[in-house]
Design a binder for this molecule. Structure first.
Ligand SMILES: *[C@@H]1O[C@H](CO)[C@@H](O)[C@H](O)[C@H]1NC(C)=O
Ligand SMILES: *[C@@H]1O[C@H](CO)[C@@H](O)[C@H](O)[C@H]1NC(C)=O
Ligand SMILES: *[C@@H]1O[C@H](CO)[C@@H](O)[C@H](O)[C@H]1NC(C)=O
Ligand SMILES: *[C@@H]1O[C@H](CO)[C@@H](O)[C@H](O)[C@H]1NC(C)=O
Ligand SMILES: *[C@@H]1O[C@H](CO)[C@@H](O)[C@H](O)[C@H]1NC(C)=O
Length: 251
């Protein structure tokens, strides 16, 4: 009775030991998020706790393994992201036991940076056609986006002007372009009372001359008519000749 009680205790404590092994990143035993500024250094320290034997740790950036030296992987492991980049924003770093990959902790990186605006700045459109100005942006935290025309806030007149916002593009679409639409357009990203801009230029061109294809088609039609009339004229002459011949023969 006493013997089996001790056996049970040993068994339970053994189970406890197995389930207790865990790891932490920067002292967090569960997955978490860390906020940093772009260009800063982000140290990540992973550590095993309640382990009974030496444990090897592996790191992943997203789903790709990160190389660490063997002397930086037993029981604890240190990686450093330096400098933190825009590309590190929203990326998870995971530390796990090599012997049991279900024992793991992740840190989601929240990297703050000033809005980055891009996109083709010189746009040309023909009168009557649709002009599309595309301002691509990256921002964390989210910026307020705005278009200005020659410095003024654009009024969405006559529904000819349309704005389209996606997670990383802000478009100004001007349908049935008129000469007056030409000018400078500014894409503005505002955050914490700071504004970042990108200048766009819209050129509105006159309608192009009739296409050469149409001119050629017109020439072909005219040519055909000339030939047709020519044939009629010749037929007339032929008939006249016949008449003459008949007149001659009748003479
Ligand atoms: C791996 O760890 C989990 C959680 O601690 C545990 O439930 C599981 O039994 C372990 N697997 C092995 C093969 O040790
Ligand atoms: C983790 O906790 C220990 C003890 O409280 C402390 O000395 C250490 O600085 C902490 N490490 C981090 C990365 O917060
Ligand atoms: C890792 O931890 C285990 C258990 O505490 C210990 O026996 C071993 O010596 C440690 N190894 C290193 C390299 O720290
Ligand atoms: C990781 O290390 C191995 C062996 O040193 C090397 O062949 C491989 O290219 C490294 N991978 C990366 C992503 O650095
Ligand atoms: C557009 O910007 C250019 C250069 O800044 C300037 O010379 C031009 O006068 C501006 N045009 C209008 C319509 O504001």
């Amino acid at each position: 009775m006493k013997h089996s009680f001790i056996q049970l205790f040993v068994l339970l404590s053994g189970l406890y030991q197995v389930s207790a092994v865990g790891i932490s990143i920067n002292n967090n035993t569960h997955s978490f998020m860390e906020t940093h500024d772009v260009s800063s250094t982000i140290p990540l320290h992973c550590e095993v706790y309640d382990n009974t034997k030496a444990e090897t740790l592996t790191w992943y950036r997203g789903n790709r393994q990160v190389n660490v030296t063997s002397d930086n992987s037993v029981n604890s492991s240190h990686v450093c992201i330096s400098p933190a980049s825009v590309q590190d924003n929203g990326v998870s770093f995971t530390c796990m036991l090599k012997s049991n990959t279900t024992v793991k902790v992740s840190v989601l990186l929240d990297v703050k940076f000033a809005p980055i605006l891009s996109g083709e700045t010189s746009v040309t459109v023909e009168v009557g056609k649709t002009a599309q100005l595309t301002c691509s942006f990256l921002a964390n935290p989210t910026a307020d986006m705005l278009w200005r025309q020659n410095g003024n806030v654009i009024t969405m007149v006559q529904s000819r002007y349309e704005q389209q916002l996606t997670s990383n593009t802000f478009q100004l679409i001007i349908s049935k372009a008129v000469k007056k639409d030409a000018g400078n357009y500014t894409c503005l990203a505002s955050i914490n009372n700071k504004t970042y801009t990108r200048e766009f230029t819209l050129v509105v061109e006159d309608k192009k001359e009739a296409l050469p294809v149409e001119a050629i088609a017109a020439a072909v039609v005219v040519g055909a008519l000339i030939i047709l009339f020519g044939m009629f004229a010749r037929r007339d002459k032929i008939f006249k000749k016949c008449l003459k011949v008949r007149e001659n023969t009748s003479l």
